[in-house]
Design a protein around this ligand. Sequence first.
Ligand code: ADP
Ligand code: MG
Length: 651
Amino acid sequence: MTGENDTSPASETRAFEADVARLLHMMVHSVYSKKDVFLRELISNAADSCEKLRYRALTDSDLLGSDTDLKVTVEADKANGTLTIADNGVGMSRDELVENLGTIARSGTRAFLEATAASGENSGLIGQFGVGFYSAFMVAGEVTVASRAVGSDEAWTWRSDGTGSFTVEPAGTEAPARGTRVTLVLTDGAKEFAETATIERTIKHYSAHVPVPVFVKEAGDAADKEVVDGTALWVKPKSEISAEEYKEFYHFVSGNWDEPAFTIHYRAEGRQEYTVLLFMPEQQPFDLFDPDRRGRVRLYVRRVFITDDADVLPSWLRFVRGVIDSQDLPLNLSREMLQTNPLLASIRKAVTNRVLSDLEKSATNDAEAYQRFWEAFGAVLKEGIYEDPERRDALFKLTRFHTTTDPEGWRSLSDYVAAMKEKQTAIYYAIGDNASTLAEAPHLEGFRARGIEVLLLTDPVDSFWVQAAVGFEGKPLQSVTQGKADLDAIPLSDADETSADDAAKPGDVATLTALFKQALGDRVSEVRTSERLATSPACLVAPDMGPDRQFERLMARQRGGGAGRLPPVLELNPGHPLVRSLSERASRGGEAPRLEEAAFMLLASAEILDGEAPSDPAAFNRRLLGMMEQAFSVPGGEASEATAPDVADQG
Ligand code: ADP
Ligand code: MG
């Protein structure tokens, strides 16, 4: 590749990275009707580059030279059918042009591609994602980017028609003195964007609160017109800002297109002064769980943009978008020093608390909106329960759960505690992949029979926070599949519905459990009776001291194997007719081999209900067929021939 210092800078044509080529293809063939969003994207980029330069000039004032008014200029050329977006910001070197405009850096764009690949649909998605620079190809048949990096004496031009490749070459007269000029040759369907009236309207609609002034002019005219004054929206008093203005600003800071679900805007005064304008998105962004997720809260110091990746808020609030503008932080603070700055740490603490208390308020004032918010971001907030022990109680107040009482709806922990049964000591939970299959798990039967509510936890993060959480309002959390369920103290809610009352005498079951344990050996750590079950004969639970079984499974999956798992406890329902007759036979004696078969079958059926394969599928199959053979044998007939295993083996 030609280096920056090459004495004879040459023109070079390069292929786009595969993802970019796909994205461009979509843009060029887009049927998306709101093509005007391209202008917002290009103005955002131009404004970003001005803000970056303003920041760098803090420590190096020479960078600005005599051109101190940072601004964006949009120039329409009706005669030639072109539109130019120019800025006097940081600009790009040759390498930066190639890197930034030939590859995909931002995680949001990659998530967009993944989402369109998954849904096969892109026109709606274009609106949901800001797809950045490449959206220019929705309206342009050719895009030229002429740029001069600040302080550089060379300027370069990047050009592409949006098909497979782009060209970079030394810039000619189109080169700006500093910054970037993006020129679009508009397609026939998009000529309206060569008219200043359309452009003004579009800018006012999408970019009215970009914190850098934006001017519009007609090509050839000396006069330009200020369309956006570049004053910061967040410094205006709340009463003077309309919902529409908040929304448009939210779009600018988030790159999203949904409505903000909640807006938090206030000014802190006292030991520190700062302004906060934060938004909770309405929709879950596609890259919420992407570790590279970019574009967090934007930090300003006295209206100068400093950075948007200073982790101003904890990672479990990574969906929050907006601005924090400090009066007190030093302007010349390096990004690295920001991470350890005590002033910023105290802003972080105070703003985090404020976000939590505002969320709590909206949970009370607008339960429906809060529920929608929780559905989108609850899984992320729950990370805070183990990452931030200090805020555990505040977070618990915000959590909502599907429970056996209301599997479709959302219940708070306070709702749960208020509905606890007399003598119920713990908050019970079940962990699984989805609420409806969880609700069917045999482990829940005994709880249901007693009218005890169980939290149904289905987010991957649930396995983690329940380990860390000590409890809520003095009530410990306990898994329904972990340890003994001490349910005997709590009466059944409808005694005649179940047969637990006339359970086999404990002595009888003891013979059976002992026999089962002997038969199953190390496959189980214990066999015992249980109050947990009402209608199923058996289930598996974790040993008293062992981790929850779902958590163990999750960890085993991450390790890529089940080795090291503790053998489970097999629990039997002493009230179940099958268990009763088995234990009668056990007490009578003389049937050990058949009872051993039954032990294996009950273990396998409990494994299957847990979503696992029986530990020995071949043996399981043999026993199952054997039992069916017996069950279906015709008295005096030749049933054994009909199921001769050799026949099947030949298949
Ligand atoms: P994003 O703005 O989210 O990073 P874009 O696709 O809009 O994604 O832009 C890609 C990159 O190109 C930007 O991050 C920036 O580095 C660079 N870029 C685009 N436009 C400009 C500009 N006018 N001035 C300087 N750099 C720019
Ligand atoms: Mg952009």
